[in-house]
Design a protein around this ligand. Structure first.
Ligand code: AMP
Length: 190
């Protein structure tokens, strides 16, 4: 059985961590736009330089660039069993772009999992992560900006998927294992 899902939630909610485990357990591939941008930035190629100029301020990379990158990624063979989108779509226009990408491939999203975590909870998590991982995009000002961008721009996609009946909310507060168990319950209920 193939499984195609979207994981959404504020920065610091634990999407990346949960995505890794969930993908392993379900033998699907994680597609993280943040990771894709960071890989390009590390390679210091054209896309990387462009992306870095936005992410360093906590802003989103322009849709045209992001959508093209995801569309190309969806062509790769490793995604045939399914995939988990982490960090995409990040606004309502990206939802429309994704709809087209899926339609032209005759596939669809099975479920959208929202990891629910409050701002008060994520700010210290992000500051800690910045220290450990040396993520230069995670200074306190940038973190606050990223949270604002999340509430203004990304959170509305949750309503779009709720209206489509695809949304499942999971409490993101707890240990990695506890949250993973909640996510697994959602997956086994599909
Ligand atoms: P993340 O690791 O998911 O928090 O992403 C890090 C940075 O990459 C973000 O702050 C954005 O600048 C950029 N980015 C990641 N995903 C997207 C997206 N779907 N649309 C636009 N920008 C993105």
């Amino acid at each position: 059985m193939s499984l195609r899902l979207i994981m959404v939630g504020p920065p610091g909610a634990g999407k990346g961590t949960q995505a890794v485990g969930l993908c392993e357990r379900n033998e699907i591939v994680q597609v993280s736009t943040g990771d894709l941008f960071r890989a390009h930035a590390k390679a210091n190629d054209e896309l990387g330089q462009l992306a870095a100029s936005y992410s360093a301020k906590g802003e989103l990379v322009p849709d045209e660039v992001t959508n093209r990158m995801v569309d190309e990624r969806l062509n790769e063979d490793d995604l045939v069993n399914g995939f988990l989108l982490d960090g995409y779509p990040r606004n309502v226009d990206q939802v429309k772009a994704l709809d087209e990408m899926l339609d032209k491939r005759n596939i669809s999203i099975d479920v959208v999992i929202e990891l629910v975590v409050s701002d008060e909870e994520v700010v210290p998590r992000l500051l800690e992560r910045a220290k450990i991982q040396g993520r230069s995009d995670d200074t306190e000002d940038v973190i606050r900006r990223r949270l604002d961008v999340y509430h203004e721009t990304t959170r509305p996609i949750v309503d779009v998927y709720r209206e489509r009946g695809l949304l499942r909310q999971v409490d993101g507060v707890g240990t990695v294992e506890e949250v993973a168990r909640r996510i697994d319950e959602v997956i086994s209920s599909l």
